[in-house]
Design a binder for this molecule. Structure first.
Ligand code: VG1
Ligand code: CO
Length: 544
């Protein structure tokens, strides 16, 4: 094998965000852009000679091109083996499982998740470590530093791998094994959930629709829901991955899954609806006449997890990202288990999961998962919901209502302002941060008294690391919260995310319209931050 060392010059913009490096496809298409980034990752790692690297992506445009480059660079850098999903496909949770199951050194996950794909869309690359989870900040910071000074990368002169062909091939001295992307993952799901009970549920006439959004979960959902669990053919819709997601936006929320929501609100509709995003790590859950907010879903899954065989011994603890509602905190309190609040992004859950301190984690952005992998997992959440429905013999609406009647309800919404001018957004956050010391003790309106106001700093209890400036929190004495932060996954301008929460006790009113219930907080956040006034936007781009 002849390793070539090829000269290159650095790009200034290869800073990984909340979940890897995400850019417009046209940015990735610049000569050496992919090569620089992958070489910078390998330059930031040690001891991988002869080890296994997992590679797979969500099938979006440029996936195949980037994978061929990655394989050659891996060979030239001395990896012993690459495991790659057939046709370059692996959902993000499946990639996490494959890394763990095959004891790989790490993996490259190629995706821009819920962002649109295609020649004008987004593409991304993320590095995951041997526990199967996203690299911690220590590594992503090192990668960024390396990208600023990189002057060469290594590759081998070898033909493309036949990604469609299951089995073993060679690139230079390195073995490349093309694996079925679904098999290992489906087997794992079977160990966690009561498949016979879910099969019986479908056999009894229970109906569901699962929208794969033309993205990665199609093959997984076909194999598991329709194949192993006997859901009717046609349960999975938009189930063939396409490079541009059928020109859609593979983000499973009420904006992009409006048709499914409407269907679930009609008497003729199915009993249960779910969807997942571009790379398969998010989930949307809608029961008949009942949308479940992701924050509530986290709390409900944690409270009922023991009904599934994989969690029958109970859960060790729960972690949620800071902007996620405190609904799960009440479950943890009742169960007498640990509760952790972490910054946004799954990489912050890894240490807690590895240390066995938490079993279930979740984010308000439609991400839930457990210690079975080190990524959030869309289909896992759907299967746990099905397991709970089968075990409790109740519909989603009834399960949700009983939960609120026990724990109270956390009304919750997120308002996103997308593609805002970055300097306006930055100044807005800076100005709000400057006001924070003056807020505690102040009362707004009749009864909104500020209990604390800060910019969230996380102290990782496992490795002692600190992550500062993770988002502004303004908490009130009645448990309400206003949270504001800038997105770390956008590719154009800045996205402002405003998160609002209000607690209503177990014997309180649980049937209010969410936006109305949160109206005083929405108005107060405009007074404090002035998003509409400063950006000139009349409305948020997305309300979840
Ligand atoms: C968003 C979400 C965050 C999630 C991240 C990656 O990040 O808010 O909760 O972990 O996307 O999800 P940000 O920085 O834009 O708010 V995915 O499905 O892109 O891997
Ligand atoms: Co995703």
């Amino acid at each position: 094998m002849t390793v070539q060392t090829i000269k290159t010059t650095p790009f200034g913009d290869q800073k990984p965000g909340t979940s890897g490096l995400r850019k417009r496809v046209t940015v990735w298409q610049q000569p050496n852009y992919v090569e620089n980034y992958i070489q910078a990752i390998f330059d930031s790692l040690e001891g991988f000679e002869g080890q296994t690297l997992v590679i797979g992506g969500d099938g979006r445009f440029y996936n195949d091109v980037a994978i061929q480059k990655a394989i050659r660079i891996a060979a030239a850098n001395g990896f012993g083996k690459v495991l790659v999903g057939q046709n370059g496909l692996l959902s993000t949770p499946a990639a996490s499982h494959v890394i763990r199951h095959h004891k790989a050194y790490g993996g490259l996950v190629l995706s821009a998740s819920h962002n649109p794909g295609g020649p004008d869309g987004d593409f991304g690359i993320k590095y995951n470590i041997s526990n199967g989870g996203p690299a911690p900040e220590k590594i992503t910071d090192a990668v960024f530093e390396r990208t600023k000074v990189i002057d060469s990368y290594r590759s081998v002169d070898a033909p493309d791998i036949a990604l469609g062909q299951i089995g073993t091939q060679q690139v230079g001295g390195m073995v490349v094994e093309v694996i079925d992307p679904v098999t290992d993952y489906a087997a794992l799901m079977e160990t966690l959930f009561d498949f016979p009970a879910i099969r019986a549920l479908f056999a009894s006439g229970f109906t569901m629709t699962f929208d794969a959004m033309h993205a990665i979960t199609g093959p997984y959902a076909h194999a598991i829901l329709e194949g192993k669990l006997g859901a009717a053919k046609g349960t999975v819709v938009n189930g063939t991955p396409s490079p541009d997601f059928g020109k859609g936006h593979p983000d499973p929320n009420l904006v992009y899954c409006k048709d499914m929501f409407d269907l679930l609100m009609t008497p003729e509709g199915p009993d249960f609806g779910a969807a997942s995003d571009g790379d398969g790590d998010r989930n949307l859950i809608i029961g008949k006449n009942r949308f479940v907010t992701p924050s509530d879903s986290l709390a409900l899954l944690a409270a009922n997890a023991h009904l599934a065989p994989g969690y029958k011994a109970g859960i060790a603890g729960i972690a949620r990202s800071m902007p996620t509602s405190a609904a799960a905190d009440r479950v943890a309190e009742k169960l007498g288990i640990e509760m952790h609040e972490t910054p946004t992004g799954w990489k912050f859950f890894g240490n807690l999961l590895d240390a066995g301190r938490v079993t279930i984690c979740g984010e308000e952005s439609a991400g839930t998962g457990s210690n079975h992998v080190r990524e959030k997992d869309g289909l896992w959440a759907v299967l746990l919901w099905l397991n709970i429905i089968a075990a409790r013999k109740q519909g989603v609406d009834q399960i949700v209502r009983e939960h609120w009647a026990t724990y109270g309800r956390n009304y919750y919404t997120r308002h996103d302002y997308e593609e805002v001018d970055a300097s306006i957004a930055g100044k807005l956050v800076d100005d709000l941060r400057a006001q924070l010391p003056t807020l505690p003790g102040k009362t707004f309106g009749e009864d909104l008294q500020v209990a604390y106001a800060d910019d969230f700093t996380y102290h990782d209890p496992v490795d002692g690391s600190t992550s500062a400036k993770q988002g502004i929190r303004i908490g009130f004495t009645d448990g309400s919260r206003i949270v504001l932060r800038l997105s770390g996954t956008g590719t154009v301008g800045a996205t402002l995310r405003l998160y609002l929460e209000r607690y209503e006790a177990a014997d309180g009113r649980h049937d209010l319209d969410t936006q109305l219930a949160l109206e005083p907080l929405i108005a107060l956040s405009e007074t404090l931050a002035g998003i509409k006034q400063r950006t000139g936007r009349e409305q948020p781009s997305v309300i979840t």
